[in-house]
Design a protein around this ligand. Sequence first.
Ligand SMILES: Nc1ncnc2c1ncn2[C@@H]1O[C@H](COP(=O)(O)OP(=O)(O)O)[C@@H](O)[C@H]1O
Ligand SMILES: [Mg+2]
Length: 470
Amino acid sequence: MAAGEASLVALGLHFCRKNKLLSKSTLPSIISCIRRGLATSVLSQTVEEPSATTSPSSSFGGPLEHYNSLIRDGQLREDLQQRAVMEKLEQMQKNLRGYSNDRSSFFSKFISQRKPPKGYYIYGDVGTGKTMVMDMFYNYVETEKKKRVHFHGFMLDVHKRIHRLKQSLPKRKAGKMAKAYDPIAPVAEEISEEACLLCFDEFQVTDIADAMILKQLFENLFLKGVVVVATSNRPPDDLYKNGLQRVNFVPFIAVLKEYCQTLRLDSGIDYRRRNCPAAGKLVYLSSEPNVDATLDKLFDDMAFKQNDITRPRSLKVNGRILTLDKACGTIADCTFEELCNRPIGASDYLEMCAVFDTIFIRNIPLLTLNKKTQARRFITLIDTLYEHKVRVVLLAEAPLDELFVWEHHDDHDHHDTHVLLDDLGITRDSGSSLAIFTGEEEVFAFQRTVSRLTEMQTEEYWVAGERSSK
Ligand SMILES: Nc1ncnc2c1ncn2[C@@H]1O[C@H](COP(=O)(O)OP(=O)(O)O)[C@@H](O)[C@H]1O
Ligand SMILES: [Mg+2]
């Protein structure tokens, strides 16, 4: 930003403050935004809109009162485990009043800093209400410096920031070994300037590139006074189970436990599977007669309402082009092959969510362990679509519950394992000597995928995904 523009902005801010158009608490975050040249980041992009259930209302004093009212109205069923977690989160919401991790200002050096409250790591089976309780809490936290992010998106953003920092360094002189530059601490610092509360949905570690930096990243965030609340399907000790080079990851678990209290939320009820009216037929089996023609007709009926023609579509993702064979307006008609059998991933799926509100996924095969790479992509794809309320129409070889086939393979020399190792940048020799890829991680993640796909078949989900009226 040019100096002249900066002083104009400063003048504007001064005017707003003087005329009480801006609260004191919002000033630091605005200033820090301007300082970074209003750089956009996934951190701010992935903050989701509160859902109808969890959005705050001025008639409630806090998240617990809100929860109680939903039980009273019959919108939620009484669940003692959820209540116990809500009580802790209610207390934390109060403890966070007036809390700030801003230590950079001149005045803050003279004011004694409050110790950050200990965060929470909430884990349990799919559909037990973890995300719901966290969002209810999050929406009542009064600080402006709060972020609610999906863990996947957050880590993508962290890697982007690391990349950006490395690029901004002066080139090393040939022949001279400069001291290795460590970008993680500055990235953590940058994030801590943007948020004093980070709420992570779906904390999970499956990627070696994430696993290797988490300890340093989070240690720095915690030292900067960032409070963390996370939901996960796994207890901390099981994170990155069977992962490559796990010994290097394990110290992170102790750091996480030191700064976050572990809470189990596991009533055994998957509320997603409760009887919701289905949104019409959205899952088709390849054994059904003329099923391709049925889907063609469904697509044409939907495309008819779009202001577009049916054509291939190219999306720009991180400077690359992702081509999809068939789309019309906000609807894409894809195959499993197109979406999961190519070296694409979370950022491609994110871009698809920005463009499409309905995606057909045809020819989903049985996901056996020898299709592990594709299965992982499918899990990431559904996670991303679910997060962004994108609707799906599926054509699969088996009903959702039977799609993932768990068989034991001893064959470490498998082709897909090699593809995965290559994706991770690990040499085959080191990979094949490790007892990894048992498939346990995928089986676990797939339970969540099936639960989500079940919810994605409901009318409520279909209606929420309608974008044309928004
Ligand atoms: N006590 C409850 N009674 C009824 N529905 C619930 C209850 N708790 C959660 N739900 C619903 O169940 C679904 C799954 O909850 P969610 O928080 O996404 O689960 P998780 O994050 O544990 O997988 C959501 O639609 C949520 O509104
Ligand atoms: Mg969840």
